[in-house]
Every structure is written in C-alpha cells, then in structure tokens.
Design a protein around this ligand. Sequence first.
Ligand code: 5MM
Length: 343
Amino acid sequence: MSDVLHAIARELVAPSKGILAADESTGTIEKRFRTIGLESTEENRRRYREVLFTTPGFGEHLSGVILFDETIRQATSDGVPFVKVIESAGAIPGIKVDKGAKPLAGFPGETVTEGLDGLRERFAEYAGLGARFSKWRAPMAVGDGLPTDFAILANAHALARFAALSQEAEIVPIVEPETLMDGDHDLAACEDATGRMLGALYEQLRAHRVDLAGTLLKVNMVVPGKGSANQADDRTIAEATIRCLEAHVPAEVPGIVFLSGGMGDVEATSRLHEMNRIGAERGGLPWQLSFSYGRALQAPALAAWAGDDANAALAQRALAHRARMNGLARDGRWDPALEHDAA
Ligand code: 5MM
C-alpha cells in the first residue's frame, strides 16, 4: 500500500512528539466549558481553539491535531484557516469521523460506534479540507459480564470498516478502542477487556485487508477502575499495559498513542514515561509509544484561559508546558522535578 500512509503514520509518532486530541464533539466541549462557566457557542469554541493552535512553538512537541467537523472548517479571527495554522506550526491536521457511541440494541449497558453511512464521501471532503489522518473511537464499559464478545465484535468490525475506507482515501486511520475507567473493577478486569478488544480488532483489521503499517492504535492504559479499592502504582500500570500490548498488537503497527481517559495530567505523563523507560531497559519495543491526550494536555490551558482572551498567553504557556512534559515522557526522559517549571 501507499508509502504516503506509512510516512504520515511514522511522522505522527516521531521522537519527542505526540498528538493533541482537540476533537471534542459539541456535547463534550459544552461539558468542558461548563467547568469555566462559559457558554458553548460556535464563536467561543472557535476562540478557544484559536488560543490552542496559535501557541508559540506548537509543533515542537505536537506532531498532529485531531479536529472535529466544525473545527476543521474554522479560521482565526484574522481569517487564517486552522488547518493552515496547524501546518505552518509543523503539525499534521487530522479529523474525528465517528458519530459517537449509541446504545447497542439487545445488549443493555453496551454501545456501538456509528458513522459508517456516507463515510467514503465524507473522507473525500475531509481530504480536500486538508485532513491527513483520521480517528474513530469505540468506548467499552467494564462490568458484570461486560464487555460481551458480541459488543467487542460489533465495534471491532466497525473500526476495521472505518480504517479500510480511510486508507482508500489516503488518510491514515487511528483506531481507538477505549476501555472506560468508570466502575470499581480491578486492573486484571481492564487488562482482560482491553486484550479481548485488541485481539478482535486486529483480526478484523486483517480480514478487512487494512495495511497495518499505515495505521496507528490509540488506546487506554491498563488501569484499575476509578472506584476500585485496589489502585496501582505507575510501574505496575506500565508493566500491565506493555504486557497486554505485546500479547495483541502486531509489530507492523508503527505506533501506539495513549488516551488520557480521565487520568490526571501529571499521572498521564508519568505513566507514559514509565512505559518508555521499560522499553529502553529492554532495548526497544516493536512500536513507538506516544500520546494523543485530550484532557491531560488541555485541562490546565482551559482553566488558565477561563474564556478571557486576556489570559491567552497564560493558557498557551500551560499547553506548551504539558506538550513538553509529554514529549519528554514519550522518550523516557521526563523528570518530575521539571513540573516545577510550569507556567
Ligand atoms: C477530546 O475528546 C475526544 C472526543 O470525544 P467525544 O466524541 O465524546 O466528544 C475523544 O475521542 C478523545 O480524542 C480521546 O478519548 C482522548 O481524550 P482524553 O481526554 O481521554 O485524553
């Protein structure tokens, strides 16, 4: 398959860099804005994204940005399209194409991600707008008997159909199965659910003739549920995550980028650092291990901005700091003492 896809996938997981997930759908950004008491209007969403994307040195530790449908069509207050702003900073624009997780009929408590209808045509439009990679997220809850094998299969099949259509449009697909952190399950239950999903996903990707070297995996770390009485330290989480990935992710996949899923921002950095330390101790892992954080990159910036452009420079310093910390963690070179240089 295309050398272009392989090159973009590798560029997204280049040393010292990772991806900014800024693809909050309208409902999700509304929740985020509520934390700063800001109304979620189209103009406020545009202003916020302008603050993020015009951060000085943006491309130093950010290889790409995942955008939402509305955002890929927006521009700065001076009229420069966001896609151009991102490219000028040396980063790659990407697009979230799924239409969200909807209840899976007949399977209470489970969901299947929708968005396949008309996707070929949407990909053609997104390619014209400048997207060079794409993303589809399939969240799965852990609970009594959940996730079921059927919900795993339904989501893995949809992820593979998405990936095949994305590659057809010469756009690198990022497949994102997410085992949710909600609940009181332990680390072993998360490892089991994540491993079952990854097993089904790679079976489906191969069956759909997807070129794995032109894809990336975005996935959760293996962690206990938020309500579990048995929380785990960063080293244990890093070891369990690598064990699970080694068992299920083929070596042709160039990179794995983690989601933050509700972990604290420093926690997300520290755990990524631990995994890359383990990789270095072992003389390397088959794939690059990097980040594609939403909340863990944006939370301090959003709080600093607080809806007021007078705070833009402060917010940009906060984003640049988290990007630098994760850029170091992605190379196993982070030091907690560096957190004190925060903006
Ligand atoms: C930024 O949040 C993304 C969009 O979610 P919705 O479709 O629910 O609005 C989400 O897909 C995101 O890219 C990943 O989950 C990573 O974000 P976190 O905050 O988990 O790092």
